[in-house]
Design a binder for this molecule. Sequence first.
Ligand code: GDP
Length: 193
Amino acid sequence: MNFQNAEFEMAAGTAGQLPKATLPEIAFSGRSNVGKSSLLNRLVNRKALARTSATPGKTATINFYRLPACRFVDLPGYGYARVSKSEKNRWAELVNGYFTQERRLSLVLQLVDMRHKPTADDLQMIDFLQAGGYPFAIVCTKSDKLNKSETMAQTKLFTELFSGRGIAFYPFSAVKGSGLDEVKALIERSIEG
Ligand code: GDP
């Protein structure tokens, strides 16, 4: 699949603004600052298709990127502490709206920071995806920030947390590009399958 010809399509601030589900969609989910924009930019080999956030939690829209064979759907980041209750409710309404619509969802990539234990919000999102039967996998971001023994310890943790539940996880570094081919292959398989 050609990942290069990606163009920003639109931003939806409410569920009513979501575009018609005409193409297979790959959705990207994760807490603010987890490295979602960096992954998106790596995938499409662009410096700044998706804006890497200087102010975490600012993106409260669902952003759509058009590729030749699919759409990338950048879900708004969650878990930013300094967000008002009404803003949190808006997030929930928007994201729930996306997941409850009839869409051609091929895959959700759920990002978690490889350096840490998944947050309560991460685990809630993962439970939601699994309970809803959505096709998803976990991408463990910032893998370059771990040394060898930390990598082993975190791999053990993620294996314990997820492998028993049949959930696959993929270490990834936007800085080094490691894991990029695996994530691309996963996306391609999800669209073909
Ligand atoms: P977003 O809020 O989830 O879109 O996160 P960003 O992509 O904006 O990344 C948040 C911060 O983490 C930025 O300072 C990035 O440079 C940094 N970052 C993202 N991915 C990586 C990575 O793989 N390795 C390292 N070392 N830093 C990363």
